[in-house]
Design a protein around this ligand. Structure first.
Ligand SMILES: [Zn+2]
Length: 420
């Protein structure tokens, strides 16, 4: 029996508004807090949680950027001659994405989405490594670097496996008492919400299933750890899309031509532009100012959102739509979906949630990157408390702060290993 297990359960898209009026996890994690999300998609939110940094620090923001010199997709250009009936199909794109991911040795999530093959060699993909692995950030360390550096044994879900497979794997690691930290990733609610929207009865059903799984997991952990510090949290919420915006057609009607005068990535809620001449910039800015469903984000606001990049790596101009508007067709999808995230973090459905069995959520835990501090704090605590005195020569080392070697006094006594 070990002393402490920090158990972090990440439920993708389980936003504050999704659980606000639902008794989700009340029995096992009764203390709740609304958390501010990070501007961007999961490509920005997940790395922020895992590193404690903001996009302007870790530079994991949006997946595709204009960077023809570094584009790894040159070999896909001939596919532009294939009929749209083939290349526009999700099943073809998914198959090709898997093939490309292996060929290009990308380690993280990869999807070609709906980027047209005609323009694909203009773009680079920014998440070549997996943020769920040590060394997985574009810049700086993440929680797994932290754990490895301190030799804290941990479990992390494998995103290539299903939710039940990952739950079986973490349960086995808990039962073996091999680990001092667990990070479980449950992605299915996100996909469900995209398909059915945030008002569907399928959503509470999925929450009940998660509740049951987390209860079982916590019960298994309690058999092997005296204290289980459970944190269930999310990265963002999900807004229903009730209005479609064909921004692409509107921009393509202008004189400026994609690839010659400008480049653009149409995300589902944002359009990010790079300009090659002043005429294109003026024409596009004027056209965007006439689109009532969204607005150009000023630099000052991007700075405030921690998504301002002085080198304009992710776009010279960021156009963001209002909550509930979906850009379609976009480079993310040809057809509409029921719900989306990636709106302004101050929009109602954007907020994330933290639920825990710890009664004292520190007041400086306000936004999703702050979860990192909970993880490092609890991982350190588990390392100290799970240490077996007879197996660890550190206990005999000279302690500069405690030269007399006194134990059992002051705050240090809290960290003293208990007999197991
Ligand atoms: Zn999503």
């Amino acid at each position: 029996m070990k002393n402490i297990l920090p158990l972090f359960v990440f439920i993708d898209a389980c936003g504050w508004e999704i659980i606000r009026n639902d008794p989700f996890a009340n029995r096992i994690a009764p203390h709740r807090k609304r958390l501010k999300s990070v501007f961007g998609y999961s490509s920005a939110c997940v790395p922020s949680i895992l590193s404690g940094g903001w996009p302007d620090e870790h530079r994991n923001w949006c997946y595709f950027v204009y960077d023809p010199g570094k584009s790894p997709f040159q070999s896909l250009r001939p596919l532009r001659w294939l009929p749209q009936a083939v290349t526009g199909r999700r099943i073809f794109r998914r198959w090709l994405s898997r093939f490309v991911r292996v060929q290009l040795k990308f380690r993280g999530y990869f999807d070609l989405y709906n980027i047209p093959f005609k323009h694909i060699s203009l773009f680079d993909f920014t998440e070549k490594k997996s943020p769920l692995k040590p060394g997985g950030m574009n810049r700086g360390p993440n929680i797994f670097d932290f754990l490895e550096l301190r030799a804290i044994p941990y479990h992390v879900s494998n995103p290539a496996k299903s939710e039940p497979e990952n739950l079986r794997a973490v349960t086995a690691d808990i039962r073996s008492e091999r680990i001092d930290f667990a990070f479980v990733y449950l992605p299915e609610l996100d996909g469900l919400l995209h398909r059915v929207g945030n008002q569907s009865p399928d959503v509470p059903s999925k929450l009940r299933q998660y509740e049951q799984w987390i209860e079982q997991l916590t019960a298994a952990a309690r058999e092997h750890y005296k204290e289980v510090r459970l944190y269930v949290f999310s990265d963002h919420g999900m807004a229903n899309c009730d209005e479609l915006l064909d921004l692409k057609s509107r921009i393509e009607e202008l004189d400026a031509q994609m690839g010659r005068d400008y480049a653009v990535v149409y995300d589902s809620t944002m359009a990010r532009f790079w300009f090659f001449n002043d005429h294109a910039r003026e024409e596009i800015v004027e056209s965007l100012r006439g689109v009532s469903q969204g607005r150009i984000l000023p630099d000052a606001e991007l700075k405030q959102l921690r998504a301002y990049f002085p080198d304009r790596y992710f776009g010279e101009l960021i156009f963001l739509v209002k909550e509930g508007v979906l850009i379609v067709p976009s480079h993310m999808g040809e057809r509409p979906i029921r719900a989306m995230h990636g709106y302004h973090p101050a929009d109602q459905q954007s907020y994330a949630a933290l639920l825990t069995n710890q009664p004292d959520i520190p007041c400086d835990i306000e936004a999703i990157p702050d979860i990192f501090r909970l993880m490092t704090r609890d991982a350190e605590l588990a390392r100290e408390r799970n240490r077996r005195p007879w197996a660890d020569s550190d206990c005999l080392d000279f302690d500069a702060e405690n030269p007399a070697g006194a134990i059992g006094e002051g705050p240090k006594s809290e960290l003293k290993p208990e007999p197991s």
